[in-house]
Design a protein around this ligand. Sequence first.
Ligand code: HEM
Length: 493
Amino acid sequence: MFAILVAVTVVLLFGFIWNKTRSRLTHIPGPSGIPIAGNAFELTSTFIMMQKMHEWMEKFGDIFKINLFGEEIVVVSGTLTGEMLVTKGSDFAGRPRIPALESLEGNEVHLVLRDYDPKLRFIRKLVHKGLRQYGEGMDKIEAISVTEIAKCLDKIEKLDGADFDPFPYIHHAISQVMNTMVTGEAVPDGHPMLNKAIDWDRLDGELSQDITLFLPGMDKLAFLLSGKLKDYAGILEFFIEHWRSYEATYDKENMRGLYDVIYKAYLESETDEEGIKISYNNVKYLMFELYGAGITTTHKSIYAFVHMMVTHPDLQKRIQAQIDDVIGSQRTPTTADKHKLPLLEATIHETLRYISHLPFALPHETKKETSLGGYALPNKTQVWPLLSGNHHNPKYFKDPLSFNPDRFLENDGSLSPASSRRMLTPFGAGTRNCIGEVFARTRLFLFTSSLLQRFTLLQPTEGKLNVLDPKSEDYLKKIPCVCPNFKIRAISR
Ligand code: HEM
Protein backbone atom coordinates (compact mmCIF):
# COMPACT_ATOMS: atom_id res chain seq x y z
CA MET A 1 0.00 0.00 0.00
CA PHE A 2 2.80 2.35 1.02
CA ALA A 3 4.66 1.54 -2.21
CA ILE A 4 1.57 2.40 -4.28
CA LEU A 5 1.19 5.68 -2.39
CA VAL A 6 4.82 6.57 -3.02
CA ALA A 7 4.51 5.64 -6.71
CA VAL A 8 1.38 7.78 -7.13
CA THR A 9 3.04 10.70 -5.32
CA VAL A 10 6.12 10.42 -7.53
CA VAL A 11 4.00 10.35 -10.71
CA LEU A 12 1.98 13.38 -9.55
CA LEU A 13 5.11 15.27 -8.56
CA PHE A 14 6.76 14.42 -11.85
CA GLY A 15 3.65 15.53 -13.74
CA PHE A 16 3.51 18.77 -11.80
CA ILE A 17 7.17 19.59 -12.45
CA TRP A 18 6.83 18.47 -16.10
CA ASN A 19 3.85 20.74 -16.69
CA LYS A 20 5.54 23.65 -14.94
CA THR A 21 8.89 23.35 -16.67
CA ARG A 22 7.26 22.84 -20.06
CA SER A 23 5.10 25.93 -19.68
CA ARG A 24 5.99 28.70 -22.10
CA LEU A 25 3.44 30.97 -20.47
CA THR A 26 4.34 31.01 -16.76
CA HIS A 27 3.84 34.80 -16.71
CA ILE A 28 0.14 34.53 -17.71
CA PRO A 29 -2.37 33.85 -14.89
CA GLY A 30 -4.73 30.91 -15.02
CA PRO A 31 -6.29 28.04 -13.07
CA SER A 32 -3.64 25.72 -11.66
CA GLY A 33 -5.04 22.36 -12.85
CA ILE A 34 -3.65 18.93 -12.00
CA PRO A 35 -0.39 17.29 -13.02
CA ILE A 36 -0.22 16.03 -16.61
CA ALA A 37 -3.92 16.60 -17.44
CA GLY A 38 -3.82 20.30 -16.54
CA ASN A 39 -7.42 21.60 -16.64
CA ALA A 40 -8.74 18.92 -19.01
CA PHE A 41 -10.86 17.17 -16.35
CA GLU A 42 -12.46 20.48 -15.38
CA LEU A 43 -13.82 20.86 -18.92
CA THR A 44 -15.75 17.65 -19.38
CA SER A 45 -18.64 19.05 -21.45
CA THR A 46 -19.36 22.16 -23.50
CA PHE A 47 -21.69 23.42 -20.76
CA ILE A 48 -19.10 23.00 -18.00
CA MET A 49 -16.38 24.41 -20.22
CA MET A 50 -18.41 27.59 -20.86
CA GLN A 51 -19.23 27.99 -17.16
CA LYS A 52 -15.56 27.64 -16.26
CA MET A 53 -14.39 30.01 -19.01
CA HIS A 54 -16.67 32.78 -17.73
CA GLU A 55 -15.72 32.06 -14.11
CA TRP A 56 -12.01 32.24 -14.93
CA MET A 57 -12.52 35.40 -16.99
CA GLU A 58 -14.04 37.05 -13.90
CA LYS A 59 -11.28 35.74 -11.65
CA PHE A 60 -8.18 36.31 -13.81
CA GLY A 61 -9.30 39.14 -16.12
CA ASP A 62 -9.16 39.65 -19.89
CA ILE A 63 -6.30 37.22 -20.45
CA PHE A 64 -5.71 33.85 -18.82
CA LYS A 65 -4.33 30.48 -19.83
CA ILE A 66 -5.59 26.91 -19.53
CA ASN A 67 -3.70 23.69 -20.02
CA LEU A 68 -5.06 20.57 -21.75
CA PHE A 69 -2.59 17.74 -21.29
CA GLY A 70 0.34 20.08 -21.88
CA GLU A 71 -1.33 22.08 -24.70
CA GLU A 72 -1.48 25.64 -23.36
CA ILE A 73 -4.32 27.82 -24.61
CA VAL A 74 -4.60 31.56 -23.96
CA VAL A 75 -8.20 32.82 -23.58
CA VAL A 76 -8.82 36.47 -24.38
CA SER A 77 -11.75 38.84 -23.82
CA GLY A 78 -12.62 42.53 -23.34
CA THR A 79 -10.71 45.18 -25.23
CA LEU A 80 -7.88 42.67 -25.77
CA THR A 81 -10.16 40.95 -28.31
CA GLY A 82 -9.82 44.01 -30.55
CA GLU A 83 -6.04 44.08 -30.07
CA MET A 84 -5.87 40.38 -30.95
CA LEU A 85 -8.25 40.25 -33.91
CA VAL A 86 -7.81 43.67 -35.48
CA THR A 87 -4.83 45.78 -34.33
CA LYS A 88 -2.48 42.78 -34.36
CA GLY A 89 -4.71 40.66 -36.62
CA SER A 90 -1.93 39.18 -38.75
CA ASP A 91 0.11 38.14 -35.65
CA PHE A 92 -2.89 36.07 -34.49
CA ALA A 93 -4.20 34.87 -37.86
CA GLY A 94 -2.96 31.27 -37.61
CA ARG A 95 -5.07 28.23 -36.77
CA PRO A 96 -3.81 25.43 -34.51
CA ARG A 97 -3.76 21.92 -36.00
CA ILE A 98 -6.78 19.78 -35.16
CA PRO A 99 -5.26 16.47 -36.25
CA ALA A 100 -8.35 14.31 -35.69
CA LEU A 101 -10.27 16.45 -38.21
CA GLU A 102 -7.45 16.81 -40.71
CA SER A 103 -7.66 13.11 -41.43
CA LEU A 104 -11.11 13.73 -42.94
CA GLU A 105 -9.96 15.96 -45.73
CA GLY A 106 -7.02 14.14 -47.19
CA ASN A 107 -4.45 15.31 -44.64
CA GLU A 108 -4.75 18.93 -45.67
CA VAL A 109 -7.03 21.61 -44.32
CA HIS A 110 -8.45 23.92 -46.90
CA LEU A 111 -10.14 27.00 -45.50
CA VAL A 112 -11.81 27.32 -42.09
CA LEU A 113 -9.13 25.44 -40.13
CA ARG A 114 -6.22 26.19 -42.44
CA ASP A 115 -3.23 28.04 -41.03
CA TYR A 116 -2.70 31.57 -42.34
CA ASP A 117 -0.41 31.05 -45.30
CA PRO A 118 -0.21 32.42 -48.87
CA LYS A 119 -2.60 29.74 -50.13
CA LEU A 120 -5.20 30.61 -47.48
CA ARG A 121 -4.96 34.27 -48.54
CA PHE A 122 -5.50 33.26 -52.19
CA ILE A 123 -8.42 30.97 -51.29
CA ARG A 124 -10.08 33.73 -49.22
CA LYS A 125 -9.73 36.11 -52.20
CA LEU A 126 -11.30 33.56 -54.56
CA VAL A 127 -14.18 32.90 -52.20
CA HIS A 128 -14.81 36.62 -51.73
CA LYS A 129 -14.84 37.03 -55.51
CA GLY A 130 -17.29 34.14 -55.87
CA LEU A 131 -19.53 35.38 -53.07
CA ARG A 132 -19.58 38.90 -54.51
CA GLN A 133 -20.53 37.54 -57.92
CA TYR A 134 -23.07 35.00 -56.73
CA GLY A 135 -24.15 36.02 -53.28
CA GLU A 136 -23.27 39.41 -52.03
CA GLY A 137 -24.30 41.04 -55.30
CA MET A 138 -27.61 42.01 -53.73
CA ASP A 139 -29.85 41.35 -56.76
CA LYS A 140 -28.63 37.81 -57.09
CA ILE A 141 -28.81 36.85 -53.40
CA GLU A 142 -32.22 38.41 -53.20
CA ALA A 143 -33.57 36.50 -56.17
CA ILE A 144 -32.21 33.23 -54.80
CA SER A 145 -33.27 33.78 -51.21
CA VAL A 146 -36.71 35.21 -51.89
CA THR A 147 -37.72 32.19 -54.00
CA GLU A 148 -36.60 29.67 -51.37
CA ILE A 149 -38.07 31.65 -48.46
CA ALA A 150 -41.43 31.91 -50.28
CA LYS A 151 -41.46 28.13 -50.86
CA CYS A 152 -40.72 27.57 -47.17
CA LEU A 153 -43.48 29.95 -46.04
CA ASP A 154 -45.99 28.27 -48.41
CA LYS A 155 -45.23 24.96 -46.70
CA ILE A 156 -45.74 26.51 -43.27
CA GLU A 157 -49.07 27.99 -44.42
CA LYS A 158 -50.29 24.53 -45.40
CA LEU A 159 -49.96 23.48 -41.73
CA ASP A 160 -52.99 25.70 -41.11
CA GLY A 161 -51.95 26.84 -37.64
CA ALA A 162 -51.12 23.37 -36.28
CA ASP A 163 -48.22 22.86 -33.83
CA PHE A 164 -44.94 22.24 -35.70
CA ASP A 165 -41.18 22.30 -35.19
CA PRO A 166 -39.77 24.97 -37.57
CA PHE A 167 -36.32 23.29 -37.53
CA PRO A 168 -36.51 21.28 -40.81
CA TYR A 169 -38.41 24.06 -42.62
CA ILE A 170 -35.73 26.65 -41.87
CA HIS A 171 -32.90 24.17 -42.43
CA HIS A 172 -34.16 23.14 -45.87
CA ALA A 173 -34.72 26.76 -46.97
CA ILE A 174 -31.23 27.82 -45.88
CA SER A 175 -29.70 24.72 -47.50
CA GLN A 176 -31.56 25.44 -50.74
CA VAL A 177 -30.18 28.98 -50.86
CA MET A 178 -26.71 27.46 -50.40
CA ASN A 179 -27.39 24.82 -53.10
CA THR A 180 -28.37 27.57 -55.52
CA MET A 181 -25.29 29.61 -54.60
CA VAL A 182 -22.99 26.67 -55.20
CA THR A 183 -24.41 25.12 -58.39
CA GLY A 184 -26.87 27.71 -59.69
CA GLU A 185 -29.94 25.62 -58.87
CA ALA A 186 -31.89 24.28 -55.91
CA VAL A 187 -32.35 20.51 -55.61
CA PRO A 188 -35.87 19.04 -56.05
CA ASP A 189 -38.01 18.66 -52.91
CA GLY A 190 -37.12 15.45 -51.06
CA HIS A 191 -33.59 15.30 -52.61
CA PRO A 192 -31.15 13.48 -50.27
CA MET A 193 -28.87 16.59 -50.19
CA LEU A 194 -31.43 18.23 -47.87
CA ASN A 195 -31.53 15.53 -45.22
CA LYS A 196 -27.78 14.89 -45.56
CA ALA A 197 -27.25 18.57 -44.66
CA ILE A 198 -29.25 18.00 -41.45
CA ASP A 199 -27.25 14.80 -40.73
CA TRP A 200 -24.03 16.71 -41.27
CA ASP A 201 -25.11 19.48 -38.91
CA ARG A 202 -25.96 16.94 -36.18
CA LEU A 203 -22.67 15.08 -36.58
CA ASP A 204 -20.64 18.27 -36.65
CA GLY A 205 -22.28 19.26 -33.37
CA GLU A 206 -21.54 15.84 -31.84
CA LEU A 207 -17.89 16.05 -32.85
CA SER A 208 -17.59 19.56 -31.44
CA GLN A 209 -18.76 18.30 -28.02
CA ASP A 210 -15.60 16.28 -27.88
CA ILE A 211 -12.99 18.37 -26.14
CA THR A 212 -10.54 15.56 -26.94
CA LEU A 213 -10.47 16.89 -30.51
CA PHE A 214 -8.24 19.70 -29.30
CA LEU A 215 -5.80 17.46 -27.49
CA PRO A 216 -2.30 16.84 -28.79
CA GLY A 217 -1.79 13.38 -30.29
CA MET A 218 -5.42 12.93 -31.38
CA ASP A 219 -4.25 12.00 -34.89
CA LYS A 220 -2.95 8.79 -33.32
CA LEU A 221 -6.10 8.34 -31.23
CA ALA A 222 -8.62 9.24 -33.96
CA PHE A 223 -9.93 5.67 -33.73
CA LEU A 224 -11.71 6.79 -30.53
CA LEU A 225 -13.96 8.86 -32.79
CA SER A 226 -13.88 6.42 -35.69
CA GLY A 227 -17.65 5.78 -36.00
CA LYS A 228 -18.49 9.47 -36.08
CA LEU A 229 -15.56 10.28 -38.38
CA LYS A 230 -16.65 7.56 -40.82
CA ASP A 231 -20.22 8.88 -40.96
CA TYR A 232 -18.88 12.39 -41.42
CA ALA A 233 -16.58 11.28 -44.26
CA GLY A 234 -19.55 9.52 -45.93
CA ILE A 235 -21.64 12.72 -45.95
CA LEU A 236 -18.67 14.74 -47.15
CA GLU A 237 -18.18 12.36 -50.11
CA PHE A 238 -21.91 12.52 -50.89
CA PHE A 239 -21.86 16.34 -51.17
CA ILE A 240 -18.69 16.30 -53.25
CA GLU A 241 -20.09 13.70 -55.69
CA HIS A 242 -23.19 15.86 -56.12
CA TRP A 243 -21.12 18.93 -57.06
CA ARG A 244 -18.73 16.93 -59.23
CA SER A 245 -21.66 15.92 -61.44
CA TYR A 246 -21.81 19.58 -62.55
CA GLU A 247 -18.29 19.47 -64.00
CA ALA A 248 -19.52 17.65 -67.14
CA THR A 249 -21.63 20.68 -68.10
CA TYR A 250 -19.14 23.36 -66.99
CA ASP A 251 -18.99 26.25 -69.45
CA LYS A 252 -16.63 29.10 -68.70
CA GLU A 253 -18.85 31.53 -70.59
CA ASN A 254 -21.76 30.69 -68.32
CA MET A 255 -20.77 30.66 -64.65
CA ARG A 256 -23.61 29.09 -62.67
CA GLY A 257 -22.40 29.40 -59.09
CA LEU A 258 -19.55 29.29 -56.61
CA TYR A 259 -18.42 25.81 -57.66
CA ASP A 260 -17.84 27.05 -61.24
CA VAL A 261 -15.86 30.07 -59.98
CA ILE A 262 -13.52 27.93 -57.87
CA TYR A 263 -13.33 25.13 -60.48
CA LYS A 264 -12.38 27.69 -63.16
CA ALA A 265 -9.55 29.00 -60.96
CA TYR A 266 -8.26 25.42 -60.73
CA LEU A 267 -8.68 24.57 -64.46
CA GLU A 268 -7.07 27.78 -65.66
CA SER A 269 -4.32 27.60 -63.01
CA GLU A 270 -5.25 31.10 -61.85
CA THR A 271 -2.55 32.52 -59.62
CA ASP A 272 -2.17 35.53 -57.40
CA GLU A 273 0.82 37.85 -57.23
CA GLU A 274 2.59 35.28 -55.03
CA GLY A 275 2.23 32.61 -57.73
CA ILE A 276 -0.11 30.45 -55.65
CA LYS A 277 -2.48 27.99 -57.36
CA ILE A 278 -5.20 25.78 -55.96
CA SER A 279 -5.40 22.01 -56.32
CA TYR A 280 -8.42 19.87 -57.20
CA ASN A 281 -8.56 18.76 -53.55
CA ASN A 282 -8.81 22.42 -52.53
CA VAL A 283 -11.78 22.88 -54.90
CA LYS A 284 -13.73 19.97 -53.39
CA TYR A 285 -13.04 20.45 -49.74
CA LEU A 286 -13.14 24.21 -49.48
CA MET A 287 -16.53 24.06 -51.16
CA PHE A 288 -17.60 21.60 -48.48
CA GLU A 289 -16.33 23.86 -45.68
CA LEU A 290 -18.13 26.87 -47.15
CA TYR A 291 -21.33 24.92 -47.64
CA GLY A 292 -21.26 23.71 -44.03
CA ALA A 293 -20.34 27.12 -42.58
CA GLY A 294 -23.05 28.75 -44.72
CA ILE A 295 -25.80 26.53 -43.35
CA THR A 296 -25.02 25.68 -39.75
CA THR A 297 -24.65 29.14 -38.20
CA THR A 298 -27.36 30.96 -40.19
CA HIS A 299 -29.93 28.25 -39.60
CA LYS A 300 -29.33 28.31 -35.83
CA SER A 301 -29.68 32.12 -35.71
CA ILE A 302 -33.05 32.03 -37.47
CA TYR A 303 -34.25 29.14 -35.30
CA ALA A 304 -33.37 31.18 -32.18
CA PHE A 305 -35.00 34.31 -33.64
CA VAL A 306 -38.27 32.38 -34.07
CA HIS A 307 -38.04 31.18 -30.45
CA MET A 308 -37.52 34.77 -29.28
CA MET A 309 -40.54 36.01 -31.24
CA VAL A 310 -42.80 33.45 -29.59
CA THR A 311 -41.55 34.21 -26.09
CA HIS A 312 -41.59 38.01 -26.66
CA PRO A 313 -45.01 38.60 -28.29
CA ASP A 314 -45.00 42.38 -27.67
CA LEU A 315 -41.70 42.75 -29.48
CA GLN A 316 -43.07 40.62 -32.33
CA LYS A 317 -46.08 43.00 -32.62
CA ARG A 318 -43.82 46.07 -32.70
CA ILE A 319 -41.69 44.57 -35.51
CA GLN A 320 -44.81 43.60 -37.46
CA ALA A 321 -46.19 47.12 -37.11
CA GLN A 322 -42.96 48.51 -38.59
CA ILE A 323 -43.08 45.97 -41.45
CA ASP A 324 -46.73 46.87 -42.16
CA ASP A 325 -45.83 50.57 -42.23
CA VAL A 326 -42.79 50.30 -44.48
CA ILE A 327 -43.62 47.34 -46.74
CA GLY A 328 -47.31 46.54 -46.29
CA SER A 329 -48.72 43.06 -46.72
CA GLN A 330 -48.41 42.58 -50.50
CA ARG A 331 -44.88 43.50 -51.54
CA THR A 332 -42.03 41.05 -50.82
CA PRO A 333 -39.38 42.52 -48.47
CA THR A 334 -36.11 43.47 -50.20
CA THR A 335 -32.71 44.40 -48.84
CA ALA A 336 -33.50 48.03 -49.68
CA ASP A 337 -36.01 47.90 -46.79
CA LYS A 338 -33.34 46.91 -44.28
CA HIS A 339 -32.45 50.39 -43.13
CA LYS A 340 -36.12 51.36 -42.86
CA LEU A 341 -36.73 48.59 -40.30
CA PRO A 342 -34.37 49.53 -37.46
CA LEU A 343 -36.25 47.51 -34.84
CA LEU A 344 -35.85 44.32 -36.88
CA GLU A 345 -32.16 45.09 -37.47
CA ALA A 346 -31.70 45.71 -33.74
CA THR A 347 -33.49 42.42 -32.96
CA ILE A 348 -31.15 40.53 -35.30
CA HIS A 349 -28.12 42.13 -33.57
CA GLU A 350 -29.62 41.28 -30.18
CA THR A 351 -30.34 37.67 -31.21
CA LEU A 352 -26.72 37.19 -32.31
CA ARG A 353 -25.44 38.79 -29.08
CA TYR A 354 -27.79 36.90 -26.80
CA ILE A 355 -27.30 33.42 -28.33
CA SER A 356 -23.53 33.85 -29.00
CA HIS A 357 -23.67 30.47 -30.70
CA LEU A 358 -19.95 30.50 -31.56
CA PRO A 359 -18.88 31.41 -28.00
CA PHE A 360 -15.14 31.53 -28.73
CA ALA A 361 -15.24 32.05 -32.51
CA LEU A 362 -12.68 29.55 -33.85
CA PRO A 363 -9.29 28.79 -32.31
CA HIS A 364 -6.46 31.09 -33.45
CA GLU A 365 -2.67 30.65 -33.24
CA THR A 366 0.12 33.21 -33.14
CA LYS A 367 2.17 33.42 -36.35
CA LYS A 368 5.19 34.97 -34.63
CA GLU A 369 6.43 36.11 -31.26
CA THR A 370 4.08 38.89 -30.22
CA SER A 371 2.30 40.36 -27.20
CA LEU A 372 -1.20 41.01 -25.92
CA GLY A 373 -2.11 43.44 -23.16
CA GLY A 374 1.59 43.70 -22.38
CA TYR A 375 2.04 39.91 -22.01
CA ALA A 376 4.66 38.37 -24.30
CA LEU A 377 3.38 35.42 -26.35
CA PRO A 378 5.69 33.02 -28.18
CA ASN A 379 5.16 31.93 -31.78
CA LYS A 380 2.59 29.11 -32.19
CA THR A 381 0.57 29.90 -29.06
CA GLN A 382 -3.06 28.80 -29.28
CA VAL A 383 -5.44 31.72 -28.52
CA TRP A 384 -9.24 31.65 -28.19
CA PRO A 385 -11.23 34.92 -28.35
CA LEU A 386 -14.05 34.51 -25.81
CA LEU A 387 -16.80 36.34 -27.73
CA SER A 388 -19.59 35.25 -25.37
CA GLY A 389 -17.48 36.64 -22.50
CA ASN A 390 -17.91 40.08 -24.11
CA HIS A 391 -21.50 39.62 -25.27
CA HIS A 392 -22.67 38.54 -21.80
CA ASN A 393 -20.58 41.01 -19.83
CA PRO A 394 -22.47 43.79 -17.96
CA LYS A 395 -19.43 46.03 -18.52
CA TYR A 396 -20.32 46.18 -22.22
CA PHE A 397 -24.05 45.31 -22.34
CA LYS A 398 -26.29 46.44 -19.48
CA ASP A 399 -28.31 43.59 -17.98
CA PRO A 400 -26.81 41.18 -20.54
CA LEU A 401 -29.06 38.22 -19.82
CA SER A 402 -32.23 40.08 -20.69
CA PHE A 403 -33.26 40.02 -24.35
CA ASN A 404 -33.63 43.68 -25.19
CA PRO A 405 -33.18 44.88 -28.81
CA ASP A 406 -33.90 48.46 -27.69
CA ARG A 407 -30.32 48.58 -26.38
CA PHE A 408 -29.30 49.02 -30.05
CA LEU A 409 -31.77 51.84 -30.76
CA GLU A 410 -31.53 55.59 -30.26
CA ASN A 411 -34.33 57.50 -28.49
CA ASP A 412 -35.92 58.37 -31.86
CA GLY A 413 -36.10 54.64 -32.79
CA SER A 414 -33.22 54.73 -35.30
CA LEU A 415 -30.44 52.15 -35.16
CA SER A 416 -27.52 53.25 -33.00
CA PRO A 417 -24.25 53.90 -34.88
CA ALA A 418 -21.95 50.95 -35.59
CA SER A 419 -19.26 52.58 -33.43
CA SER A 420 -21.42 51.93 -30.34
CA ARG A 421 -21.43 48.19 -31.10
CA ARG A 422 -17.67 47.58 -31.08
CA MET A 423 -17.97 44.81 -28.47
CA LEU A 424 -20.57 42.98 -30.55
CA THR A 425 -18.58 40.67 -32.81
CA PRO A 426 -20.63 37.53 -33.55
CA PHE A 427 -18.75 37.16 -36.88
CA GLY A 428 -15.30 37.70 -35.37
CA ALA A 429 -13.25 40.58 -36.79
CA GLY A 430 -10.03 41.40 -38.62
CA THR A 431 -7.80 39.13 -40.65
CA ARG A 432 -9.71 35.83 -40.08
CA ASN A 433 -13.20 37.33 -39.84
CA CYS A 434 -16.21 35.44 -41.18
CA ILE A 435 -16.19 35.38 -44.99
CA GLY A 436 -19.97 35.05 -45.15
CA GLU A 437 -21.06 37.92 -42.87
CA VAL A 438 -22.79 40.05 -45.52
CA PHE A 439 -24.39 36.99 -47.08
CA ALA A 440 -25.58 35.73 -43.67
CA ARG A 441 -26.99 39.11 -42.61
CA THR A 442 -28.86 39.43 -45.91
CA ARG A 443 -30.48 36.02 -45.53
CA LEU A 444 -31.31 36.70 -41.89
CA PHE A 445 -33.05 39.94 -42.79
CA LEU A 446 -34.97 38.55 -45.76
CA PHE A 447 -36.08 35.43 -43.88
CA THR A 448 -37.19 37.14 -40.66
CA SER A 449 -38.96 40.06 -42.39
CA SER A 450 -40.86 37.75 -44.78
CA LEU A 451 -41.81 35.41 -41.94
CA LEU A 452 -43.25 38.14 -39.71
CA GLN A 453 -44.95 39.88 -42.63
CA ARG A 454 -46.90 36.73 -43.36
CA PHE A 455 -47.43 35.04 -39.97
CA THR A 456 -47.91 35.68 -36.30
CA LEU A 457 -45.84 33.15 -34.37
CA LEU A 458 -47.54 31.77 -31.28
CA GLN A 459 -46.99 29.38 -28.39
CA PRO A 460 -47.92 25.77 -29.28
CA THR A 461 -51.13 24.29 -27.94
CA GLU A 462 -49.03 21.90 -25.85
CA GLY A 463 -45.69 22.48 -24.10
CA LYS A 464 -45.33 26.24 -23.56
CA LEU A 465 -41.91 27.71 -24.43
CA ASN A 466 -40.01 29.59 -21.76
CA VAL A 467 -37.54 32.34 -22.66
CA LEU A 468 -34.33 30.71 -23.91
CA ASP A 469 -31.56 30.76 -21.30
CA PRO A 470 -28.25 31.13 -23.20
CA LYS A 471 -26.36 29.88 -20.12
CA SER A 472 -28.42 26.69 -19.68
CA GLU A 473 -27.08 23.17 -20.06
CA ASP A 474 -29.74 22.44 -22.71
CA TYR A 475 -28.51 25.31 -24.87
CA LEU A 476 -24.77 24.83 -24.31
CA LYS A 477 -24.66 21.19 -25.41
CA LYS A 478 -22.61 21.64 -28.53
CA ILE A 479 -20.88 24.25 -30.65
CA PRO A 480 -22.33 26.03 -32.57
CA CYS A 481 -24.92 26.13 -29.76
CA VAL A 482 -28.49 25.52 -30.77
CA CYS A 483 -31.91 25.89 -29.08
CA PRO A 484 -33.28 22.52 -28.02
CA ASN A 485 -36.03 21.47 -30.46
CA PHE A 486 -39.35 23.23 -29.91
CA LYS A 487 -42.80 23.58 -31.45
CA ILE A 488 -44.80 26.69 -32.28
CA ARG A 489 -47.88 27.71 -34.28
CA ALA A 490 -47.79 30.07 -37.26
CA ILE A 491 -51.09 31.87 -37.96
CA SER A 492 -51.49 33.69 -41.29
CA ARG A 493 -51.97 37.43 -40.85
C1 HEM B 1 -25.12 33.95 -38.44
C2 HEM B 1 -24.26 33.46 -39.29
C3 HEM B 1 -22.78 33.35 -39.06
C4 HEM B 1 -22.02 33.58 -37.94
C5 HEM B 1 -22.50 34.04 -36.56
C6 HEM B 1 -20.65 33.31 -38.28
C7 HEM B 1 -19.58 33.46 -37.42
C8 HEM B 1 -18.27 33.16 -37.74
C9 HEM B 1 -17.16 33.28 -36.81
C10 HEM B 1 -17.23 33.76 -35.37
C11 HEM B 1 -16.04 32.88 -37.47
C12 HEM B 1 -14.62 32.75 -36.89
C13 HEM B 1 -13.88 34.04 -36.91
C14 HEM B 1 -12.52 33.87 -36.26
O1 HEM B 1 -11.86 32.85 -36.48
O2 HEM B 1 -12.12 34.74 -35.50
C15 HEM B 1 -16.44 32.51 -38.82
C16 HEM B 1 -15.57 32.06 -39.77
C17 HEM B 1 -15.98 31.68 -41.04
N1 HEM B 1 -17.24 31.78 -41.58
FE1 HEM B 1 -18.90 32.44 -40.63
N2 HEM B 1 -20.59 32.92 -39.60
C18 HEM B 1 -21.86 32.93 -40.12
C19 HEM B 1 -22.24 32.65 -41.42
C20 HEM B 1 -21.38 32.25 -42.42
C21 HEM B 1 -21.76 32.01 -43.80
C22 HEM B 1 -23.16 32.22 -44.38
C23 HEM B 1 -20.63 31.59 -44.46
C24 HEM B 1 -20.42 31.21 -45.92
C25 HEM B 1 -21.15 31.50 -46.92
C26 HEM B 1 -19.54 31.59 -43.50
C27 HEM B 1 -18.25 31.22 -43.77
C28 HEM B 1 -17.20 31.30 -42.87
C29 HEM B 1 -15.85 30.88 -43.18
C30 HEM B 1 -15.36 30.29 -44.50
C31 HEM B 1 -15.07 31.13 -42.04
C32 HEM B 1 -13.59 30.87 -41.84
C33 HEM B 1 -12.76 32.06 -42.28
C34 HEM B 1 -11.27 31.80 -42.08
O3 HEM B 1 -10.92 30.87 -41.37
O4 HEM B 1 -10.45 32.54 -42.64
N3 HEM B 1 -20.04 31.99 -42.27
N4 HEM B 1 -17.81 32.71 -38.96
